[in-house]
Structures are given as structure tokens and as C-alpha cells.
Design a protein around this ligand. Sequence first.
Ligand SMILES: *Cc1c(COP(=O)(O)O)cnc(C)c1O
Length: 427
Amino acid sequence: MTASEKATKAYAIELEGRYAGTSRRNEFYIQEDIIYFDGNSLGLLSKRAEASVHAMMDSWKTHGIDGWMQGECPWFQLSEELGASMAPLIGAKPEEVIVTGSTTSNLHQLLATFFKPENGRTKILADELNFPTDIYAIQSQLQLHGLNPADHLIQVKSRDGQTLHTEDIVEAMTDDVAIVILSGVLYRSGQVLNMEKVTEAAHARGILVGYDLCHSIGAIPHALDAWNADFAFWCNYKHLNGGPGATGGIYMNEKHFGTQPGLAGWFGSAKDRQFDMSHTFTPAEGAGFLQMGTPHLLSSAPLIGALELMNEVGIEAIRERSLALTGYLQELIETELAEYGFTVTSPKNDEDRGGHVFAVHKEAARICKALKANGIIPDFRTPNGIRLAPVALYNTFEEVLETVTILKRIMDEEQYKQFENKREVVA
Ligand SMILES: *Cc1c(COP(=O)(O)O)cnc(C)c1O
């Protein structure tokens, strides 16, 4: 099949038919005349997530304080139950996952729990492409131990400014490294990290490994138990569609159960002991011991419906449709838009690519504004990146084609020149 035959509505419809079983588009609120390609920054609202928020409101309305133990979704166990329903997405046991905190606060908790600079192991290994909040958290945890981040935070360099090489990561695992913190999928290029290899190499050198799954959970399958990862943390508002500010998550390998939490609080107690009100802390047996205070129930409620939907479809099917969508988008950008100066920097190989596509263009900031003016919602990533996430559950192959067609028009008509090449405050 030729490139121009692939850039047709007939072909997009054929692809849609092939992967139709995985689409749940009619379960989501889709705005008419909008192509939403930003589900990796904030996933869309599903009808089920909405219903579970209403159920939470009803339980408050009806039960007051008794909502902790009564009603449709008793609040006292909810963080553990949601953790359990997230476990199949990451290859974990139900008790190894807890819904709590945010990405940033969870990383703080995990470093407070696991980073014990001693025996010459005083450094944390990360990379230079990671999301800033992870780096800030690592720097401040080092400072809390009286260590200078300039010497004790090692950031693996990227050879091309977009991706990481496993060999470079392994080479940086020197004898003075205590913990490695890396992302499952890089937030810009969408590269999938080889978590299995990295974990194995770290353990062979006596180093602990934790992963930030913000861009990988809900987009790709994980086998955290099989890989023997030590811990992981993530947000639930991106591919998991948990809503703005949704409560985050933590995975803790069961081999670390029994560890004392670095930052203890009463919701980390064993459930049957919490209301003893003792001043001696008895930690919960599962990952729940990492919780601190009262759970953010209104920010957890949408996850009840969102996870139910996701588990019904299953992460393997989601991954298959997602790869077909991102693969189609990358191919069309390369065949239809290269002549306008676009290059794709997300990985070509399916196994190396997460749930989004990253295209680079020197006019990216104003091309993104022109896309928005045309009803397409991308993400601009400074200085020159256009991030596009065709999401398996609710985007379509026709939307992929339409986006490329509109991008072509924006370039042909120089529509982007009507805008300033400058990012918005939230970009
Ligand atoms: C989105 C994202 C975050 C966000 O952190 P919050 O504490 O949820 O605001 C952190 N790390 C990565 C890699 C992300 O993609």
C-alpha cells in the first residue's frame, strides 16, 4: 500500500474497524468538533467516572460520618480497594498498591523511606530528561540529609536530547549510588524505558530502583513484580482518566513490607489498630503503610468508575490499539508533513514507544495555537515540541488523519503566522 493510499479516509476507517473492539468512545464525554489529543496530560471524563463521583457525593449526603463504613463505596477501605483494582495494570499483587497522595508527595515519601545514605552509598541516580518535579523532590531529599545535590544527584545524559540508552544508565550505576529513579515512559519523547534490564542491573550492583509511571500507567503493560522493581509512583489524571488532581498511586514490592515509613501518619496504621489512638505506630501490612493523613476521597472517587472501565477492556488490548494509533500518526507525519519541516522524535519501534507521539518543529508554539484554533488539542512542550496523544479508549484513526490534514492546511495557508511563537502559562 502506498503512502497516499494510507492517507485516506477509507484506510482510516479500515483501521478503525480492525481495532474497534477496544474503543469505548461512547462511554466518554467527547466535545463535538474537538479532537482531543491531550489525554496524556489530562484524560477525559467517562460517564462511569462521573457516576462514581455522584455516588461519593450521595454517600456523604446520606450517611454523613457513617460513610466511612457504610454506603456504596465505604471510605475507610477505598484507597486499598482502588490500589487492588490498579494492580493488574502494573503486574502487581493487590496489597502492593495503594492510592494516595500525588506523584510528587509520593516520591518524597518513598525517598524518605528508602534513601538512607550510608556505607559510601550517598547518591541518587536520575536522568537529565525527567520531569522537573521529580528532580526537585530528589534535590530536596538530598538536602534534608545534609548532602549537596550538585555532588549527590547524578543525571544520566541523553545522547540525542530525546532518549536514554540503557547502557548509559547502567554505566552510571557506580558504587556510591543508593537509589535509581527513572520514568517508565519519558514525558517528552515517549520512549519506553527497559525497566526489566535497568532493575536487573541495579540489583546486581546493590542499588534500589523506583519508577515514575506517570506516562506509562494505563498506556503500556508493566510487570513490576516479575521485574522485581522496588517501588513505583504515579498520578492518575493522565492515561487513567481520574480527573484533575486525582489522587496518585504507589507500588511497593512486598519484599519491603515491614519497612518503617519515612513519613508516618495515622492512615498508614494497620486498619484494625488505627482507632486505638495509641501513640505507638503499628504500620499496615501492605503498601498502605505509606499513607499519611485522611485520604482525598473526592479526588479518588472518579477512579472507581475510570478503573472499572479500564480493567474491563484490559491493558493488553489498550496497548495494541494505542500502538496502532500512534504508529499511524507517526507514519502520516513522516509521509505527509516532513516537507513542512516536521520531524518525529518518538521511537519508531513499537516496543520502545509509549502512548504518545512527539513531533518537533521550530514554530511548534504557534503551530499548537493554530491547532487549537482548528479544534485540535495538543500539548506544546518547550522549546519546539508538539505532543499528540491519540488515546486508545476514546480517540479514533479518523481523528489521526484529520489532524494531519489540518496540520497540512495550517502550514500551506501559513495560519500559524497569526500567532506569537510563545508558550501559554499552562502549556
Ligand atoms: C505529570 C507528571 C508529574 C506530575 O506530578 P504531580 O505531583 O502529580 O503534579 C510528575 N512526574 C512526571 C514524569 C509526570 O509526567
